[in-house]
Design a protein around this ligand. Structure first.
Ligand SMILES: [Zn+2]
Length: 401
């Protein structure tokens, strides 16, 4: 069992606002886990030493809301086939890791490409974050994710359901394939044509069935929810996380706090559409985004201020919003009123707790995997430090970038 000691750094462990100056930490090369840390003189002998030259060390980013492999721009030029989504997913995963993302929750990928990649990963390794895949999402017929796919549009991006029984079958099918997360398209959305964001799509009974069935199998459930009533359904049935939350009510904020329901705002997805989307998507979608973007930030700001549990998600894979730019969400969370520490906590222990992997990921405490970033500037002073292009990225103690 050999060890590596990393010396001469400023260490943000992730479980408090404290920054350990002149710090060191030790990684077991076999397990990739952190075994000791301290400040000042190193008290442990190790076979290898790495001098981090006084730079800042923090946990790798955990992105709790992604769509790796999603094909947007290419759609008009080439049919969205399984091979195209797979090719793009592998590229997204590798560049995401370069961007500092060391773990993701996957929340809806066509052809179950994320599930299939995870299933084959031990035999055929590839570079990228650790992942909890969902595969195909669950949407109503005519709902947010009802999108034809394949060479001849013979397939669909989602399980199209019309009853609680359909939901039960869809969750079981995803479970059988190896999915670990269930994605519900609870309400209408910005990018879907023909619906409004406050269209309540899955019924209360359908949502309830999804949570009951998924939780009985230790799967997490996340819900795309933008309109007020749809968010309310998601909260009362007990999903693990509400995504977006454009019009979350004060009552639901209180209920989320009481239950420990996470909010994963994905502000960057809305920001990119509102700022750069004109002429790049249908006018219908662009208008919807412009109409709701201010209310989106205002409601998220209220939730942050109230102390709702935050995870960091970006909706990566949507317009001008690749996985590798995950760190930009930190800046948006701060713009919506989060402190630097709150934003960093969302990207670390917040998302890790949502995934129920916080005993192994999300902070740089002893016993956790050494997934960490090395930065030139202090992220506790300015979170945009994490956006540094040439930051170092370590996964299980091994330098990847
Ligand atoms: Zn969504």
């Amino acid at each position: 069992m050999t060890k590596t000691v990393f010396v001469n750094c400023n260490l943000f462990v992730g479980n408090s606002e404290e920054l350990l100056e002149n710090a060191w930490f030790v990684v077991d090369n076999e397990t990739g886990k952190l075994t000791a840390k301290g400040t000042g003189k190193v008290t442990i002998t190790a076979e290898q030493a790495v001098d981090l030259n006084g730079q800042y060390v923090m946990s790798g980013l955990i992105n709790a809301y992604t769509h790796v492999g999603l094909v947007n721009a290419a759609k008009d030029h080439y049919p969205e086939t399984e091979i195209l989504v797979t090719y793009k997913a592998l590229k997204d995963l590798k560049s995401g890791l370069k961007g500092g993302v060391t773990y993701i929750i996957s929340c809806g990928v066509p052809f179950d490409v994320d599930v299939k990649l995870k299933n084959m990963r031990d035999a055929y390794p590839f570079e990228g974050p650790g992942m909890r895949p969902a595969g195909m999402p669950i949407s109503i017929l005519g709902g947010h994710a009802d999108q034809p796919l394949g060479e001849n549009h013979e397939l669909n991006a989602a399980h199209l359901i019309n009853s609680p029984d359909d939901v039960r079958k869809a969750v079981r099918e995803q479970f059988k394939k190896g999915a670990e997360n269930v994605k519900l398209m609870d309400t209408g959305g910005i990018m879907s044509q023909g619906d409004q964001i406050d269209d309540t799509e899955l019924s209360l009974e359908e949502m309830k069935m999804a949570v009951e069935e998924a939780h009985s199998k230790h799967m997490t459930v996340c819900a795309h929810a933008e309109g007020r009533l749809g968010i309310h359904y998601a909260v009362v049935v007990g999903v693990d996380s509400v995504e977006h939350g454009f019009y979350v009510s004060d009552e639901d904020i209180e209920l989320m706090k009481k239950q420990g329901t996470f909010l994963s705002p994905t502000l960057i997805a809305g920001h990119q559409l509102a700022v750069y989307g004109k002429g790049k998507m249908t006018d219908f979608s662009y208008q919807k985004m412009c109409e709701h973007v201010d209310a989106f930030y205002a409601h998220v700001a209220k939730a942050i201020k109230s102390g709702v549990k935050l995870a960091l998600g970006t909706d990566a894979g949507t317009f001008m919003n690749p996985l590798k730019n995950t760190a930009k969400e930190l800046t948006e969370l701060v713009r919506a009123g989060a402190s630097n520490y709150q934003a960093l906590h969302a990207a670390g222990l917040g998302s890790a707790e949502l995934l129920k992997i916080d005993n192994e990921y999300g902070s740089l405490e002893e016993g956790r995997y050494a997934d960490f970033l090395v930065l030139k500037a202090n992220p506790l002073e300015n979170v945009s430090a994490v956006e540094q292009d040439d930051k170092q990225v370590y996964q299980h103690g091994v330098r990847k970038f």
